[in-house]
Design a protein around this ligand. Structure first.
Ligand SMILES: [Zn+2]
Length: 1045
């Protein structure tokens, strides 16, 4: 039969057939199936003729080599079907292709299939990422082969021996299988039938509409009958029958919506975890593979936009793939490749200090400004495990008023009530927050996702716009042509939301216009899941806290050295390098501890580097600041130089080398942000007394606090000296260790579940009973050892210093557990329905009861340096030097110490650990009692250096008159070597005015934002005492001080 007559018969038949919904649906399904009837259905016709590669050869390396080095190696023959490995190696393939002459006029693809992640190189440039998991197996060689085109060519494929999600053994988050092999399953040329593809996409959308709009919706039936008729019209062997079928689909797609329809703002996206189930180094290649693919898509799809965060990833591509980076810069300039986020990496939202978060924005925004000529206007943290209540103020101070995430849809207990709302932080700063209502950042442009975006939206009627981020994510991948082609068909189709390719700016501008009826959420965005990440990988947590301290101290001391004049060069570029390492490790799978062992090793190496380089910088700054006071190497030490990097005077016991070389103790005093020379040791107002009782218990007292310890090191009594007020409830013991079973439902390193609380076992196996180790005077101490579980032990030294208002617990743990959780508990005789926790630049309260589901879902929370439980006039604070997990239930304060998850790092936390915490009973409020200052003191020990016998008065660079205000950071201004930036915050939650006094030669002072952009209207008058500053509760102020040269 001639094609024209056959087509006519098909069209006639299509008019009259009766329809049964179920058989029609399944008939269309089978017509598209990849599994069934591919011998006669449409899907089976997607590719036409194929021909194998003329030759394939390979070279394998353990290192990730640059292209130029790799292609110069010796390649050996390889075949399709071969397997390569083991895990983390790289296999380079040289592929010779010869396109048959007979394919003239055809669209020709290079088809490459492997379970490893591939990058195609052509003419020494990366051109296309190929990953089966990311639905990318074709590199288009030509859309229509011409006679004049070269028919022979050579490509290289760089194959990483890992998948999009690493190489987990058996499950995604299982530790990587070190011996995994990756198979090359296809390497060939093939004709791609574009007309079949377009018809497949049409039918897929119609089928989805038919299935998902439901039987109550007439559009469902319209779509179904159109699809069924299209099947009738199509003769899969005769492409001339396709246009009529496509016209039927187009007729449905072009039936428009009403004016009130919801608008979906679709943006290409590719969430790339900066390290997670793969190491940092692999991420560099993931960025290149994903982004070069986006650039290819942009060339063919002029409407495509792509939203991209994390300055660090841009910086990697800039260094390692300069050609690709130039192309990206072009698309950024065109507004299509859109940098967002404003931070160095998508960091954890809970654990980094306030200053670290400021630096995330400072390093990020400055990078975007320098590279692309503009800062980001949206904060972008779609995948992070909770959001500090201080973030709105940090965003606002960094040029950002808009925030996007979606992670709170992972809440295990309560459904967050909004998708679009104002988020208000602890200081009252507000930003507009949007959660894409489809609850994902990795959409595929499907009908189902569009319908969910509208249906799930909690702010229906208030706003009519939603974000829709499409593209494979987490391990990279990004958007595909098919995702775009699906959405083109849905741009304005009755029954479906309106879908437009958009940008964050267009979305948020639309939301801002509609914001008059939005609700406001005040305080933290707490994720009711992943609360094990406050504790997992304790050495990473410790490295973070310690390196935050090191960089703080180096900056303070270097700035003082700079301001003192002389030849000192502020180490600006070295500090930037070290900050960037610290900020990198704050990525949301590294600092939380949810990464593989390889990443942990990298992270710990970076901390080691910060410690090493930080020590050198500190030594240089101290040498410059007070070189004439330092002791010449040959002399014996007579005096000690004491440096204090905190903004208040301190009197503390230090340990210093004595005349015989042995360490001796001394009580010294040092002024606020300055130094003094200690010659004659001070006498304590009252020496520490240590008394061992007949029953083995020990009593210690220093005139400030008094404590009784039982033989297991537990506190049976804790009092303020000269007071009868007892902190430990009758019959209870504080400093009680407890071990819990810790088996979550799935996310091992991430989650501790509520039911772990039902498995509590107090640790009571004594290895070595309490004995006195220092008899008192300037310091008293006692130590003991416990067995924890089968294989682990704990040794603790309990230390009380003269004049110190807290007692310290220096703890060593040999930890060899599996799925156990170690905490230490302090039951206290204090009644309050709320406990207070330190957060970035402030604190907040959380309930101590479990009244509602919102209360008990916070059974495990995070804090920084302290938490406190107070009633009127009295309270007890728990301080720490490297812990973040905590809880306060009823009257028990708990600090979370160690976990032992097995995925994705089977060796997580199996190590020796050392950490310190402290307990501090106090009169009055924690603010008035100085808990905040004591927690700083515990974390920022005084620095001591042997000094010469030269005379020298104490010197202070800065002091603040109000105890409510903390001077947190002191640094050289970016790009202004003659200026200094100081950052202060109100820490009590009060409105105050204060003096900032300085002995530095300041000639001009003005407020600036976190990006150090001065506010010209806010020049601060300089007076004798310095300058006056006004604060509202938890306000953070940055002041730019221009120095006299
Ligand atoms: Zn992530």
């Amino acid at each position: 039969m001639r094609p024209a007559r056959r087509r006519a018969r098909r069209e006639a038949a299509a008019m009259s057939a009766p329809q049964h919904r179920r058989t029609a649906l399944e008939r269309v399904e089978k017509f598209l199936s990849e599994t069934y009837f591919t011998d006669c259905n449409l899907r089976g016709r997607l590719f036409g003729a194929s021909c194998p590669a003329a030759s394939v050869s390979c070279f394998q390396s353990r290192r990730r080599l640059p292209y130029a080095e790799a292609v110069g190696q010796q390649f050996r023959p390889a075949r399709v079907g071969d397997a390569f490995g083991p895990t983390w190696e790289t296999c380079w393939f040289k592929v010779e292709l010869s396109i048959p002459q007979a394919w003239a006029g055809q669209e020709v693809h290079f088809v490459w299939e492997s379970d490893g992640e591939g990058m195609v190189w052509r003419d020494a440039q990366p051109v296309q990422g190929l990953t089966r998991e990311g639905e990318k197996t074709s590199y288009i060689l030509t859309s229509s082969l011409k006679e004049t085109e070269p028919h022979s060519l050579t490509l290289y494929v760089e194959l990483a021996c890992n998948g999009l999600f690493g190489a987990g053994k058996g499950s995604m988050i299982a530790p990587p299988d070190p011996d995994k092999r990756f198979t090359l399953s296809k390497a060939e040329l093939a004709i791609f039938n574009r007309d079949v593809y377009e018809l497949l996409v049409d039918l897929e959308i119609l089928l989805d509409m038919a299935q998902l709009l439901g039987e109550e919706n007439q559009r469902s039936f319209q779509a179904l009958y159109a699809a069924n008729q299209m099947v009738n019209l199509c003769d899969v062997t005769d492409p001339s029958t396709f246009p009529a079928a496509r016209r039927l689909a187009a007729a449905i797609f072009s039936q428009k919506n009403g004016e009130s329809q919801h608008t979906i703002h679709a943006m290409g996206h590719c969430h790339i975890d900066t390290a997670w189930l793969w190491p940092y180094e692999e991420t560099i290649r993931k960025c290149a593979r994903s982004w070069v693919t986006v650039v290819r898509l942009m060339e063919c799809n002029p409407e495509l936009t792509f939203v991209c965060s994390q300055a660090q990833q841009f910086e990697w591509v800039r260094c390692w793939y300069p050609g690709l980076y130039t192309q990206i810069q072009d698309y950024v300039a065109k507004g299509r490749f859109v940098p967002v986020g404003g931070t160095w990496v998508e960091m954890d939202g809970n654990l980094p200090s306030g200053e670290s978060m400021v630096r995330q924005f400072l390093q990020g925004q400055r990078f975007f400004q320098q590279q692309f000529g503009r800062i980001c206007s949206e904060f972008w943290l779609p995948d992070t495990f909770g959001y500090s209540a201080q973030l709105p103020q940090l965003m606002r101070g960094s040029g950002i008023r808009r925030f996007l995430t979606q992670k709170l849809c992972w809440n295990l207990v309560n459904t967050f009530p909004h998708h679009t709302f104002f988020w208000e932080g602890i200081d009252g700063s507000r930003v507009l927050a949007h959660f894409p209502p489809g609850d994902s950042y990795g959409m595929h442009g499907r009908v189902e996702e569009m319908l969910k975006t509208v249906k799930n939206n909690k702010d229906k009627g208030r706003v009519n716009h939603s974000a829709f981020l499409f593209g494979f994510g987490d391990g990279g991948g990004g958007p595909t042509q098919k995702m775009l082609d699906r959405m083109k068909r849905m741009s304005d189709t009755d029954g479906l939301p309106r879908v437009q390719i958009s940008t964050p700016d267009r979305l948020f501008s639309a939301l801002e216009r509609e914001s008059s009826q939005l609700c406001t959420w005040v305080g933290e965005l707490f994720l009711e899941l992943h609360n094990g990440t406050y504790t997992t990988q304790a050495q990473i947590k410790k490295g973070n806290r310690e390196c935050e301290r090191i960089l703080h101290d180096v900056e303070v001391l270097s700035t003082l050295a700079l301001a003192r004049g002389g030849k000192f060069q502020y180490p600006a570029s070295e500090l930037q390098r070290l900050w960037r390492l610290l900020l990198l490790n704050q990525f949301h799978d590294v600092l939380p501890g949810s990464c593989i062992q390889l990443v942990v090793e990298d992270a710990l190496r970076y901390y080691t580097e910060i410690r090493r380089a930080g020590a050198l910088l500190q030594e240089e700054a101290v040498q410059s600041l007070c070189g004439e006071l330092l002791q010449p190497k040959s002399e014996s030490a007579e005096s000690t130089l004491v440096l204090n990097t905190l903004p208040w005077d301190r009197t503390e016991v230090i340990s210093r080398p004595g005349p015989t070389g042995a360490e001796t103790l001394a009580l010294v005093t040092a002024p606020s942000m300055g130094y003094s020379v200690a010659r004659e040791p001070l006498l304590p107002p009252q020496p520490v007394s240590v008394m061992k009782q007949e029953d083995g218990s020990v009593a210690m007292e220093n005139g400030v606090i008094a404590v009784c310890l039982d033989t297991m090191g537990r506190l049976t009594s804790l009092r303020l000296a000269h007071s009868e007020r007892e902190s430990v409830p009758d019959g209870c013991c504080a400093n009680q260790f407890a071990l819990f079973d810790d088996i979550p439902l799935y996310w091992d390193a991430w989650d501790v579940m509520d039911y772990h609380l039902e498995t509590r076992k107090p640790v009571t196996t004594l290895l070595k009973p309490l004995e006195v180790t220092l008899a008192g005077g300037l310091r008293g101490s006692a130590s003991f050892s416990l067995r924890i579980g089968e294989r682990s032990t704990l040794t603790q030294e309990i230390i009380l210093d003269a004049a110190c208002p807290y007692i310290r617990f220096l703890t060593q743990v040999e930890w060899k557990e599996a799925h156990k959780f170690l905490k230490v508990e302090f039951p206290v005789q204090v009644r309050s329905t709320n406990a207070t926790y330190e957060i970035q630049f402030g604190h907040l309260q959380r309930p101590t009861h479990w009244n509602t589901s919102w209360d008990w879902a916070r059974f495990e929370v995070w804090a920084h340096k302290w938490l406190d439980l107070s009633e009127h006039g009295f309270g007890v604070a728990l301080l720490n030097d490297s812990k973040y997990g905590a809880s306060a239930h009823r009257n028990i304060l708990s600090l979370s110490l160690l976990r032992a998850p097995k995925s994705p790092d089977a060796m997580a936390d199996i190590a020796h650990h050392q950490f310190t915490y402290a307990v501090m009973p106090h009169r009055g409020s924690f603010q008035d009692a100085g808990v905040i200052q004591c927690a700083y003191n515990l974390n920022f020990p005084l620095h001591t250096v042997p000094a010469s016998s030269a005379q020298c008065p104490a010197w202070s660079a800065f002091s603040v008159s109000s105890p409510a205000v903390v001077l947190e950071a002191v640094k050289q201004a970016e790009d202004r070597p003659e200026a200094v930036v100081v950052r202060l915050y109100e820490a009590h939650g009060s409105t105050v005015r204060t003096w900032l006094q300085t002995s530095l030669p300041v000639k001009e002072a003005m407020l600036c934002d976190f990006l150090e952009r001065p506010d010209a209207r806010s020049c601060l008058p300089l007076e004798q005492q310095g300058m006056r500053l006004s604060f509202t509760p938890f306000q953070v102020l940055s002041v730019l001080l221009v120095l006299r040269q």
